[in-house]
Design a protein around this ligand. Structure first.
Ligand code: FES
Length: 136
């Protein structure tokens, strides 16, 4: 499909489709489409975002507040753990893929947490395997 396009043009097209992640009071960053939000916060935005359980929808330390661009869909695992812990108004960055522009407020960082580190490194892929449901 991209046959005949120069490497520069392909690079430009790639940049045009990369979602933008804005972290409130920090900045805006281009993120590879489909990257886990928790990893984009760590790697693209350089945030010391907590992810104590390693991105497995168990701890909720990866929670963020959405300012704009909150995804309509949610994994069943995220919905279950938010409900079990009585949390509302937050989303789990380990359960969200950067497939659109979004703006978040970071509310759960290593700094000030008293923890030794951010947590186990999350896998590049969603864990557990996602079962998507409407946010509702
Ligand atoms: S719920 Fe533990 S890192 Fe997301």
């Amino acid at each position: 499909m991209l046959k005949g396009l120069s490497a520069t043009k392909i690079g430009t097209l790639r940049e045009e489709i990369m979602p933008q992640l804005t972290v409130h009071d920090v900045g805006t960053f281009e993120v590879p489409e489909g990257k886990r939000l928790v990893l984009a916060l760590r790697e693209e935005a350089g945030i010391d975002q907590l992810h104590a359980c390693g991105g497995r929808a168990k701890c909720t330390t990866c929670r963020v507040e959405f300012v704009n661009g909150e995804p309509d869909k949610i994994t069943q695992a995220e919905r279950d753990v938010l409900q079990a812990k009585g949390l509302s108004g937050v989303r789990l960055s380990c359960q969200i893929l950067c497939d659109q522009d979004m703006t978040v407020q970071v509310i759960s960082r290593l700094e000030g947490s008293g923890r030794a580190d951010c947590g186990t490194q999350p896998s590049p892929d969603l864990e557990p395997a996602p079962e998507w449901v409407a946010k509702g």
